[in-house]
Design a protein around this ligand. Structure first.
Ligand code: AMP
Ligand code: MN
Ligand code: MN
Ligand code: MN
Length: 302
C-alpha cells in the first residue's frame, strides 16, 4: 500500500459513506469491497457521530490487500439556527481525546433523542419503537434511519422518503428536537484531532440562498475548510451553484455519494467529479494524504 495518495487524475474519490456503525446497511468490510468494485480509489467512511467502522474497514483492506486508500471520516450532527447541519470531518486521528469526547457526548444525545422519538410514536399508538430501532442499530449509533426501517417493517409506510414525510421529518408525529453540538464545537474537535471540516450536502437543508450564505459565513468563520460540492444525486445546476459558492467563500471542494445501502439511485463513486474553478480538498490540503500512524504503529488511515 503506498504511503501517499494517487493524484486525482488517476483515482476516484468518494469522501462520504455509511456502514453498520451508523445507519448504513453494509458492514465496513462489505463497504470497502463494494468501493473497490465501483473503482473508488480513495474512500472516507463517515458514519453519523461514530468512528467505529474505520478500524474494521482498514483490517478488511489489509486482509484482502484491496487497492483502496481509506481516509478517516465522521459525519457530526450539529444545530444551527434550529437546523440540523451535518459537518463531515476528514483525515483526523480517530483516537484523539478531543474527538472521542465529542463523539461520546453525541452518542448520549442520540440515545436521549431515540427515547424521545419512541415516546412520541408510542403516544401515536406505535409501541415498541425503541426496542425495534435499537435491534436494527445493534452496536451502531442509533439514528432516525433505524426508526424509519422499523416503521417500514411494521407496515406503516413503504419507502424511506414516505416514512420520513409521514413520521420522522421535522414537525411530524415522531420528530423529537435534538440537542446536537454547535458547528463551532464540531469543527474544533475535527481541528484538534488533526482533520479538516467539510459542510455536508449544503443543498439538503431547505435553506434559501440568503440563509445558505449565512450558514457558509458561520462555517467559514468557525474555520471550516470545504464544501461538499458534488454528490451522486443532485438537482440540475446545484453542483455549479455550490462550486460558485465555494469559490466566493474561498472554500475547498469535496465530493461524496452519501452511500447508505445498495439501491438503484445512489452508488459509491457514481457521478462524482468537481466542476472547473474549484480546488479539491485533497489538493488544497496535501497533509490529508499523509497516513498517520495509528495506535499500533501502522501506517493505515489517512
Ligand atoms: P439522524 O441523524 O438520527 O437525524 O438521522 C438522519 C438520517 O436519516 C440521515 O442521515 C439519512 O440517512 C436519513 N434521512 C433523513 N431524511 C431522510 C429522507 N427524507 N429520506 C430518507 N432518509 C432520510
Ligand atoms: Mn444517514
Ligand atoms: Mn447527512
Ligand atoms: Mn451522510
Amino acid at each position: 500500500m503506498p504511503d501517499t495518495l494517487p493524484t486525482s487524475a488517476f483515482s476516484l474519490y468518494d469522501l462520504h459513506s455509511h456502514t453498520t456503525a451508523s445507519d448504513g446497511l453494509l458492514t465496513p468490510a462489505e463497504l470497502v469491497t463494494r468501493a473497490v468494485a465501483m473503482r473508488v480509489g480513495v474512500l472516507a467512511i463517515t458514519d453519523h457521530d461514530s468512528v467505529a467502522g474505520i478500524a474494521p474497514a482498514r483490517a478488511a483492506i489489509q486482509r484482502a490487500q484491496l487497492p483502496l486508500q481509506l481516509m478517516t471520516g465522521v459525519e457530526i450532527s450539529t444545530l444551527w439556527e434550529h437546523h440540523e447541519i451535518h459537518i463531515v470531518g476528514l483525515g483526523f486521528d480517530p483516537q484523539h481525546p478531543a474527538m472521542s469526547a465529542l463523539l461520546a457526548e453525541q452518542r448520549q444525545r442520540r440515545q436521549a433523542r431515540a427515547v424521545a422519538i419512541a415516546g412520541r410514536l408510542e403516544k401515536a399508538r406505535l409501541p415498541g419503537a425503541l426496542a425495534g430501532a435499537q435491534a436494527l442499530a445493534g452496536d451502531g449509533a442509533i439514528t432516525r434511519g433505524h426508526f424509519a426501517r422499523w416503521l417500514i417493517a411494521e407496515g406503516k409506510a413503504e419507502t424511506m422518503a414516505q416514512v420520513f414525510k409521514q413520521y420522522l421529518a421535522r414537525g411530524k408525529t415522531g420528530y423529537a428536537p435534538p440537542q446536537w453540538c454547535t458547528i463551532e464545537q464540531a469543527i474544533d474537535a475535527i481541528h484538534h484531532s488533526g482533520g479538516r471540516a467539510v459542510l455536508a450536502h449544503p443543498g439538503r437543508y431547505g435553506l434559501s440562498g440568503k440563509w445558505l450564505k449565512r450558514l457558509l459565513t458561520c462555517f467559514s468563520d468557525a474555520g471550516g475548510e470545504a464544501l461538499e460540492v458534488a454528490q451522486c444525486q443532485q438537482p440540475p445546476n446545484e453542483r455549479t451553484q455550490l462550486a460558485a459558492l465555494a469559490h466566493t467563500f474561498d472554500l475547498a471542494a469535496s465530493q461524496g455519494s452519501d452511500f447508505h445501502m445498495p439501491c438503484p439511485w445512489i452508488e459509491l463513486g457514481r457521478k462524482l467529479w468537481l466542476p472547473k474553478g474549484v480546488e479539491a480538498i485533497w489538493s488544497r490540503y496535501p497533509a490529508l494524504q499523509c497516513a498517520a500512524p495509528d495506535a499500533h504503529g501502522q501506517r493505515g488511515d489517512l
